[in-house]
Design a protein around this ligand. Structure first.
Ligand SMILES: *Cc1c(COP(=O)(O)O)cnc(C)c1O
Length: 390
């Protein structure tokens, strides 16, 4: 049987980077240039990324987690401050609050789109004092309606950090009928992105912070590089050309020039990558339409970026193991963060977010990346259909 012939396929992961000859060339050029870091590629990548996302300012950093940490610092998260996020995310979305000494409150997800449920956020805001901010996540590439969340956040004096790691290029439509790109800073105070190889744009490690707020932008730039500035307008003293001041406790969260050269090159192909992801999603949607598998929800007035293609399936463990035997490496996104031992020790427990926990029991992320071939995708589909009809 052809399905059992594993040898004709190399392993199929759930996500992977796409590196072209052009990408390799620009990285080599950057390596041979005068700057390995703190050079012109960084500003060029920031400018191009800001244009792509439709925001005013972008700050490139060493990874998405550093982006979250600096965002939380710039918004002054302190000991005892409470911040709401979703349990269905990578742990970093919550951890950034802990880095600053704040407390994380987990709001359950919506059963339809698996992102934070705005009604659950509102319920928490009604009951808790000292909630300073909300960190929604555009999970899998589904764009959270930031306009609605902004209205709620304003009613309680909260800021918003949009974790858009899964969603560069995704958009929703606001009440005026305008497209609003994930991370564009129109409603959220700050957006953050990651350039880890499984994400849309890969730089190895890398991240970006986006905002339309000049004061936040200045603070983020300062914090990215130790809290050190040379800007004559803000120096307390000035002893000469060598002089700089460390004005607050920052970090070295810089990215390199050769990574930004790669990022720029990848950004040029971002739209074709999104188009291919949409095609792959369409093909999966059709293949599973009349089966027990639940496929991701999307709507005509939004654009899903499909970082992940997540299905809900009974017997998830059986399917996961069967796919592995066939060299298909599906993945689970995510184990609910509030059930992690670290967060349990802080007082969270199973049962706190029942919708997220039920989602976790059945979720599975299928291979989704632009270089997945039609033939490989058909092999994935055939393998799944054969398994579930057993
Ligand atoms: C990848 C990811 C991060 C962290 O990004 P790194 O670059 O790996 O540090 C944060 N949040 C979400 C939702 C992510 O997917």
């Amino acid at each position: 049987m052809s399905l059992d012939n594993n040898s004709k396929h190399s392993p199929i992961p759930y996500g992977r980077q796409h590196i072209t000859d052009d990408d390799v060339r620009v990285v080599i050029e950057a390596l041979r240039s005068d700057f390995l870091t703190q050079g012109p590629q960084i500003a060029a990548f920031e400018k191009k990324f800001a244009e792509y996302i439709g925001c005013t300012y972008a700050v490139a950093v060493s990874n998405g987690t550093a982006a979250l940490h600096l965002a939380a610092m710039a918004l002054n998260v302190n000991k005892g401050d409470k911040v709401i996020t979703t349990p269905i995310t990578f742990a970093a979305s919550a951890n950034c609050v802990r880095y600053c000494g704040g407390d994380v409150l987990f709001a359950d997800i919506d059963a339809e789109h698996y992102c934070i449920d705005i009604n659950q956020v509102e319920a928490i805001l009604k009951n808790e004092k000292n909630v300073k901010g909300i960190i929604p996540v555009d999970f899998a590439g589904y764009p959270v309606n930031m306009e609605a969340l902004r209205t709620l956040a304003d009613a309680y004096g909260c800021w918003i950090i949009e974790d858009a790691c899964h969603a560069p290029g995704a958009w929703f439509t606001n009440t005026k009928g305008q497209k609003q790109l994930a991370g564009n800073g129109v409603y959220a105070d700050i957006g953050i992105f990651s350039f880890h190889p499984v994400k849309h744009i890969a730089t190895g490690e890398g991240g970006m912070i986006t905002t339309n707020n000049k004061a936040l932008y200045d603070r983020l730039c300062l914090l990215r590089t130790h809290g050190i500035t040379r800007n004559p307008e803000v120096l307390h003293e000035n002893h000469g050309g060598w002089y700089y001041e460390m004005q607050e406790l920052g970090y070295n969260y810089r990215i390199t020039d050769f990574q930004c050269a790669l990022g720029l090159s990848q950004l040029n192909r971002a739209d074709s990558g999104l188009k291919r992801r949409s095609e792959i999603a369409e093909t999966y949607n059709k293949a599973f339409a009349h089966t027990s598998i639940i496929t991701p929800k999307t709507q005509a007035d939004m654009f899903h970026a499909y970082h992940l293609y997540v299905i809900q399936t009974n017997d998830r463990l059986g399917l996961y193991n069967h796919l592995r035997e066939k060299q298909i490496f599906a993945q689970v996104h995510y184990i609910p963060v509030h059930t992690m031992p670290y967060y349990r020790e802080l007082g969270n427990k199973k049962g706190d977010c029942p919708v997220a926990e039920a989602y976790y029991e059945k979720c599975l992320s299928l291979p989704m990346y632009p270089t997945l071939t039609n033939e490989e995708q058909q092999y994935v589909i055939d393998t799944i259909l054969a398994y579930i009809s057993k």
